[in-house]
Design a protein around this ligand. Sequence first.
Ligand SMILES: NC(=O)C1=CN([C@@H]2O[C@H](COP(=O)(O)OP(=O)(O)OC[C@H]3O[C@@H](n4cnc5c(N)ncnc54)[C@H](O)[C@@H]3O)[C@@H](O)[C@H]2O)C=CC1
Ligand SMILES: O=P(O)(O)OC[C@H]1O[C@](O)(CO)[C@@H](O)[C@@H]1O
Length: 538
Amino acid sequence: MVSIKDDYLNDEDKFTSHDIEVPKYDFKKVKKETDKNPIWVHFGGGNLFRCFHAKIAQDLLNSGDLKSGIVVAETYDEQVIDDIYQPYNNKMLQVVMKSDDSYQKTLIASVGESIYYNHSNQDGWAKLKNIFENPSLQFVTMSITEKGYILTDMNGELTESAKKDITNDPDEASTNMAAIARLLLARFNAGKYPIAMVSTDNFSENGQRFEKEILTIANGWLDNNLVTKDFIDYLKDDSKVSFPWSMIDRITPNPSEKVSNILSEQGFDDVDILHTDKHTNIAPFGNTEETHYLVIEDNFPNGRPKLENADVIMTDRKTVNDADQMKVTACLNPLHTSLAIFGCLLGYTSIADEMNNSNLVKLIKGLGFDEDLPVVKDPKIIDPTKFINELINKRLPNKNIPDTPQRIASDTSQKIPIRYGVTIQHYLDDENRDVKDLKYIPFILAGWCRYILAVDDQGNSFTPSPDPLLDYVKEIMEPIELGTQDDELIHKTLKPLLSNKQIFAHDLYEIGLADKVEANFKELNNGKEAIAKALSNL
Ligand SMILES: NC(=O)C1=CN([C@@H]2O[C@H](COP(=O)(O)OP(=O)(O)OC[C@H]3O[C@@H](n4cnc5c(N)ncnc54)[C@H](O)[C@@H]3O)[C@@H](O)[C@H]2O)C=CC1
Ligand SMILES: O=P(O)(O)OC[C@H]1O[C@](O)(CO)[C@@H](O)[C@@H]1O
């Protein structure tokens, strides 16, 4: 048997005899260097980070392009640090699930430090502040999920926590954005050192959103005389603090039981999957796909390691944005989310299995090729048609990837405006197109309304995936049950939902799309098996 905790430097054979590639560097030296000269901090040490960012750092440590390891900071889930990072000396096993059914396994040791960075943990609170006061720090990356950036409620008003954060001492910060702004304030006070703050979360213009939220906090502090105007100038000065935009793509499902069992059969010891109290699903191993893209705006005021040597595409903001729009608003995520919604409704628990349903394939091809592709810009660095074909023909059907519609269905309310709203906007902006000609997008939006009923196509109830707006939308849909066909009731019930710009990016009544959504909803809600029927008639 081999364990992550085994000494890969002195007992490399133990790993290689189990087909596990080991780091080419001494992680203890890397740890020392991380303590002395930190370069890279990452917020949100979840599965994507472990399988993607940490491997990039490993490649750079292997090639000598990076000397110190990543400092992982968790603001949210202390169990991730206490149970998954610390007991394994911050090491993990990356499993790449290839389409030929094989696994490529790599021991990753590129995390030099892991910290629970939350006001409730004063040690971590002080430690990360110290790291931000160090001039050597060059950049931060983040994968804290879309909801990690939220400072406002449904009405666009600051949440209670955000209000508290802007009136309180920065050292009392409770939201992620205020806790990070506190660190930038420490860096400013230590010597106005430069830094790049790179969001690698899955939403368009992520750098801009990140910057806006940090400035919301900082301006609140200014209004309350907690900081000086100099601090705001520092944050706004691109040569001091930059917020590069990024596009990230690598399907990284939660650690799967199947992979755990296979690893165990192959003689690997650390296979227990942890389901934390805060709903992170994480393990000493991470499972991911082979295909991956990371595109980052090259704006790093304090320098950076040669990320391009680890396959990262470094380019200008416009190209990042085009690549991101291509992926998040057109060629991947809208397709993924529609498979998530209809997969849950049809009782699927595997994305790959859904790809054997010709009606679902017809749906995502119609959405991707007929509605999204014609209005999306070619980013030039990645060919959109090739990308979408690779997704439909190779990535989604890969049976070796244990991805589930339930995972992708989480937080759908947060994803809809970007995944469908942007394409809708393109149709509204183009005088040669009519938004009313859209067929697949209204059908999918109606599918989500049907999903909120939490009853599948066989009439069985299911538990919807976590979503910050779930209670709100469930209450709206309360008057409707499976089989409701009363036009007036459907209209009255859906009206507050479909006119909500926070969720749909548009008032669907104002733009003339709501009638279609209501009609699609009625069809999808016409009793048992109505969804399968509607899909086949599409
Ligand atoms: N998993 C994937 O395939 C990909 C994910 N992404 C992006 O990365 C994000 C994270 O994905 P995973 O690492 O796979 O998820 P995960 O569930 O494995 O980990 C989520 C991480 O975010 C933290 N987190 C959760 N809620 C938070 C909150 N409210 N505030 C601060 N931190 C919070 C968790 O503690 C954990 O570290 C996604 O939401 C997406 O934006 C992007 C491309 C691929
Ligand atoms: O819908 P989510 O939760 O952002 O996840 C989407 C999935 O597709 C991806 O965009 C693939 O890169 C990843 O974000 C994830 O595997």
